[in-house]
Ligand binder design. Structure first.
Ligand SMILES: Nc1ncnc2c1ncn2[C@@H]1O[C@H](COP(=O)(O)OP(=O)(O)OP(=O)(O)O)[C@@H](O)[C@H]1O
Length: 689
């Protein structure tokens, strides 16, 4: 090992020599080649004018040819290679020119030596510069001339540049795409099916995303292997009692990343449209999302599923604050739930304003709410849904609408516009996907037109999912293998779950108070310590309160119900048969309506009527309110104004009075009127009276 000053100097010298070595060849070439070659040609042909002239002509022609060959072989499609071609051709042309002159002039002497020194120095330095730039990786933005690039050429996208092709080691290949002037990214998108065919993958496996900031650029992605084909296991929550604003893991992306959604943390709460044909995996998705939500505090879930509610979420129903299916309130209660929502939205809006919040956050005393409507086309008038969707967003009510059949074709564009997030499972027709997913997603080729052949696979947008992930295929978790564990988890979570806040509960009124299904939460939790143990020990595991509810439901035998209905109809027909249809069709009063004044008695008649005292206003109201109260007591929470005509007559009043009373009660929040003129009883009337 060298020591002392000379040692240090020699180390530095060695280091510099090592660094400079790669850059020396151009200098050595420029220094050695010209004098040797120039001396050689001058010695051979420089003696006589004839041989020198002939040799110069031959070398000139050879120089042109060599330059042309250099130009041809040094082709390239990126700017570095184009520059390299010019540099190489210019070097060859200059070298050959100098050599041609040295045939007669010789290499040594003016101006040949000057040209050699200047030209050689420039040549060597320019190649050094090029070498330095290449070492600094400025040429890494390579155009793909093999693989994907060749593929693009093969399908007619020859001018389109495919750069930076990369695989993620998890079955996904992606590359940057740049279109030349005259072409657009739409041209590349429309060629995506050809790319898929060339790659031997399904059409939906190839997507071409546009770059929102640059119309000439995009990203090409291809799923060349399906890592999710063996299913995605359910990922339980990290702990019970998380806030609604925590992410919900619902599956995996095709590249193995976790697919999670976070609707309550998104900048605006985007209502969700879940779509797909029967068997495409919507129910599994619903169970996954709900299982997570049912373990969270400050969150209440209301769910309507009139088609197969029990089958889909029956095992975890305790986690639902209000659950309407065909055995739990049916169509009537579903309507009541939807009818009370405007009132709930209004009350929550006022409360949030009082709290100084523009929109719901966990700081509010209100719970976040989820209103999940399965097979929405059968449950709700879409105009009603539209109104709810528009207003619910800012008050922390997340609306999820699931459409199972081709019913989405009936949904108006207004409603669709208000369902800004999407989870689109398999559809039969590619055009159907366009109804659910944003245009930019379907245009990229992300179209789940695999029907029910690939259950659980989908594309999802909104809900705080980064936009660049919208075109990546996802697969939802499979919950049916862990049904029991999910049930235990939901039961255990009751201890940490908050009941619905008073503001929303009060606004939801009687319909909520008298709901058929009550979920469990910390104020009415089952014994969570023993519940899971109980689950293993007892084959029918529901807690006692739930058994009672189920017993009630089971007690309603459809045959008995039908017999009762027939009996009622018979009795009705019997009574009606004793009443003459229209005893005096030509009488003066025959065309009178309820709101008309009673005509003066016929002066010729001997008939006199005993004038009964007209009930006082209090008595009239008592009669009317009594009727409404009686209905509420019987759980009949909706009526039409016509249903109150007998009570109005008994109260000695006419229709304008009835209308005035109904208006007053509506203003007091006792009743709620819907677009069709039907009324819902929101609170017991005695309070208002
Ligand atoms: N994520 C998934 N992974 C694996 N298999 C799944 C997944 N989702 C659904 N499946 C399979 O597909 C079947 C149908 O799924 P699911 O019941 O969720 O469909 P659906 O869209 O709700 O149908 P329907 O409209 O009839 O209710 C399931 O029983 C399951 O076998």
């Amino acid at each position: 090992m060298p020591t002392g000053r000379s040692g240090v100097l020699s180390t530095i010298g060695n280091h510099l020599a090592a660094k400079a070595a790669p850059y020396l060849p151009p200098w050595i070439g420029a220094a050695a080649l010209p004098p040797v070659a120039g001396w050689g040609v001058n010695e051979m042909w420089g003696d006589s004018a004839l041989s020198a002239g002939l040799a110069s002509a031959g070398m000139g022609a050879g120089g042109v040819l060599l330059s042309a060959v250099t130009w041809a072989v040094a082709g390239g499609t990126n700017k570095f290679r184009r520059f390299r071609r010019v540099q190489a051709t210019a070097s060859v042309a200059a070298g050959m020119g100098w050599l041609t002159c040295s045939v007669s002039a010789g290499p040594f002497g003016h101006p040949m030596t000057d040209l050699w020194l200047l030209g050689g120095g420039l040549f060597a330095a320019s190649w050094n510069v090029r070498q330095i730039m290449r070492d600094a990786h400025d040429e890494t933005e390579e155009t793909e001339t093999t693989g994907l690039g060749k593929l693009a050429e093969a399908i007619g996208l020859e001018k389109v540049q495919v750069k930076n092709a990369r695989g993620n080691g998890k079955g996904m290949v992606s590359a940057d795409v740049v279109v030349p002037p005259g072409k657009t990214m739409e041209d590349v998108q429309s060629a995506a099916p050809k790319l898929a065919a060339a790659l031997h993958v399904p059409p939906s496996a190839v997507t071409v995303d546009r770059n929102p900031d640059n119309a000439a650029r995009g990203t090409f992605s291809a799923r060349v292997a399906d890592l999710l084909k063996d299913g995605v296991p359910f990922r339980p929550p990290a702990e019970l009692g998380l806030l609604p604003t925590e992410p919900i893991p619902v599956g995996l992306y095709a590249d193995g990343e976790v697919w999670s959604i976070n609707p309550f943390l998104a900048e605006i709460l985007q209502h969700l449209l879940v779509m797909g044909v029967t068997g495409s995996g919507k129910s599994e998705f619903a169970r996954t999302v709900l299982a997570h939500l049912m373990t969270r505090r400050k969150l209440s879930v209301w769910l309507i599923d009139l088609s197969k509610g029990e089958q889909t979420v029956g095992h975890m129903a305790e986690g639902l604050d209000w659950f309407v299916d065909k055995n739990r309130g049916g169509q009537r209660e579903a309507k009541a739930l939807l009818r009370c929502l405007p009132e709930v939205i209004a009350a929550r809006g006022t409360e949030l304003a009082n709290e100084g919040l523009d929109q719901w956050t966990p700081d509010s005393k209100l719970n976040a709410m989820v209103v999940w409507i399965e097979e929405a086309a059968d449950v709700a008038d879409f105009e009603v849904l539209d109104k709810i969707a528009r207003a619910a967003r800012s008050v922390g009510i997340w609306l999820v609408v699931s459409l199972q059949r081709a019913s989405w074709k009936n949904v108006s564009t207004d409603v669709r516009a208000n369902l800004q997030a999407a989870a689109c499972f398999g559809v039969d027709d590619a055009a159907d996907a366009g109804f659910c997913l944003p245009d930019r997603v379907t245009e990229s080729g992300a179209i789940p037109d695999w029907g029910a052949d690939r259950p659980g696979y989908a594309y999802a947008t909104g809900m705080n999912i980064p936009a660049k992930r919208w075109t990546t295929e996802v697969r939802g978790s499979l919950t049916k293998t862990v049904k029991e564990q999910i049930r235990e988890m939901v039961l255990a979570a009751a201890a940490v779950r908050d009941p619905l806040d008073d503001v929303s509960a009060r606004a939801a009124g009687l319909a909520y108070e008298r709901r058929t299904h009550h979920g469990t939460n910390r104020t009415n939790a089952p014994d969570t310590a023993t519940a899971p143990a109980l689950l293993h020990a007892v084959p029918a595991p529901a807690p006692e309160w739930n058994d009672r509810e189920d017993d009630d439901i089971d007690a309603v035998d459809p045959a008995v119900e039908e017999a009762a209905a027939m009996e009622l109809q018979d009795a009705y027909d019997d009574v009606m048969s004793h009443i003459p249809a229209d005893p005096e069709p030509d009488a003066d009063y025959a065309r009178l309506r309820l709101e008309d004044d009673v005509p003066d008695a016929d002066p010729d008649t001997d008939l006199t009527f005993e004038q009964t005292a007209r009930p006082s206003t209090e008595e009239a109201r008592a009669t009317l309110y009594g009727q409404i109260d009686a209905w509420a007591a019987q759980d009949r929470l909706t009526f039409e104004p016509g249903d109150l005509i007998p009570a109005t007559v008994a109260a000695g009043r006419s229709r304008p009075w009835l209308q005035g009373e109904l208006k007053k009660l509506t203003e007091q929040g006792v009743l709620q009127r819907d677009g069709q003129g039907e009324y819902t009883i929101v609170r017991p009337i005695a309070v208002a009276a």
